[in-house]
Design a protein around this ligand. Sequence first.
Ligand SMILES: [Zn+2]
Length: 77
Amino acid sequence: MVERVGEFHDGELPPAARLRIRWHLFICKKCRVYLETYKKTVAFARLVFGASSEGGGDAPVPGERVQAILRAVRAAP
Ligand SMILES: [Zn+2]
């Protein structure tokens, strides 16, 4: 589920899968919190890495970069 939240956020999932995740987010507080964290992390990654990438700050942030930041955030005390 947690890996799919990123795809859900990036709009990469087919409608049926999006609907399932929407329903899951509705009933699962943990994943809602995770999605919020994910959104913040993407915004943070854009802030940190986006400025230095070519083509302006609107370039999509690679998922692995977001995952790396999330891992770092979780490892923090
Ligand atoms: Zn969940």
